[in-house]
Write a protein that binds this ligand. Structure first.
Ligand code: SF4
Length: 68
């Protein structure tokens, strides 16, 4: 577990969701073009579902916080 690089156009994980309470974006980092890295061991509050979720989790309410 740790930093992994993904194409944010192809993933719907909590780390990149606007409902995941990481306002300073400390668990995500731009890498190149649409590639971003994130810390998949991180856990934050989902303010949509009111539960703590892991960065690599996902659900049908996903909304990307990054403008694509
Ligand atoms: S659980 Fe769903 S709504 Fe909540 S942060 Fe993750 S993808 Fe977004």
């Amino acid at each position: 577990m740790g930093k992994v690089v993904v194409n944010i156009k192809g993933v719907k994980c909590c780390a990149f969701c606007k409902y995941w309470w990481d306002p300073s974006c400390r668990y995500i980092q731009p890498y190149q073009r649409d590639q971003w890295s994130y810390d998949n061991a991180a856990k934050c509050r989902c303010i949509k579902r009111s539960v703590d979720t892991l960065a690599y989790a996902s659900c049908g309410n996903y909304k990307c916080k990054i403008e694509l």
